[in-house]
Design a binder for this molecule. Sequence first.
Ligand SMILES: [Zn+2]
Length: 398
Amino acid sequence: MSEPTCRACRGRSGVVVLDLGPQPACDYFPRLDDPGPDPQYPLAMWLCSGCGLAQLVADPTVPAEPRGAEPAALVLQAQDAVRKVAEAGLLPDGARVAEYGSPHGGSWLGLLRDRGLRSVPDGDQADVVVDCFGLMHAPDQRAALAERAARVAPGGVLLLQYHSLDTIVSCGQWNALRHGHYAYYSATALAAMLAVSGFSARTAWRFELYGGTILLSAQRDADGRTGPDDTGPDDTGPDGTGPDDVVRSLLAQEVTSGVGDWRVLQCLQRESQAQAGGLRAWLVAQRAAGRTVLGYGAASRAVALLRLAAVDRTLLPAVVDASPAKQGLRMPGTDIPIVAPDQLARRRPDVVLLFVADLQAEVRAAFPDVEASGGRWVDAQLASSSHAGGSAGLEQGA
Ligand SMILES: [Zn+2]
């Protein structure tokens, strides 16, 4: 494989930090009667030595994802985020807003309209430009960020929300890597990308979504509400031109955790092997104990995990998913069918392996029958970890 070109700074120097080998497209769910084999594509993460952006090496797949059910956790987080940004005074009544959304849901537009903001037509400038998990879907990161920055009206704000690379590394979320997600941001790399467009991060908020999600607000450097005597390095904070204490501590934390260091990121490779082996051992142990296991959440992160663990329907007879578009299909690269939630009541599993931890509160409330009939919800990552280290103990999902 020739050295990639950075999607942001165009540098040619970097290191592959996670290589999952050939993987099926995680957003193409074949029909259950399609025997395969499913086409596979290389799946690897490369860290640019120039700007520090972790990114997808290549992606020949075409996004074809059936629109998944929007998790309640995503909706709640959007409400929380909008409230916090409003409290910071960044959502004035009557302001114009443009949104770059994610195909996974979580739009802010309805919430912003409720607060008196009005959306502008495509391409128009806006006082508030919001990107909720949208930017990572752009193959050309430099062009995509420049487009968003250009749409920020003078004095306006750019709000970028992303799943933090620091979270991915510290929580061992190696299977966040997927086709169609071209960039995995640290605040450090994003700050460098913003600087190219003449923007600086001003403040940030952290949310528990996906284990750690960051919302960064950035403004054009020339828009600092400052006079000529007021532009020194000490002029920081929400009213200045530089990052506030929250951003500065976020950047300092990333220096400590080493999120820009390829040697640190390579822990994701070891984590992938340990978790895949651990999941397989856990499923074998469940089968040996005579327990029925069903999966829940036909998400992209489940695809790579099941593939790497070489799980088939003899170990996991089905994955339940609430999205009608996915039912009657199977998990890519495996023979495991995707079934409707009514199967939870019908099959009465002893254990439901939850592939999307953020869904836990939602599914426990939606499907009380599981626990009422003696079953348990178990986080797939915890199950994988419980056997990765040789521990025989089953992790309680609650
Ligand atoms: Zn770069």
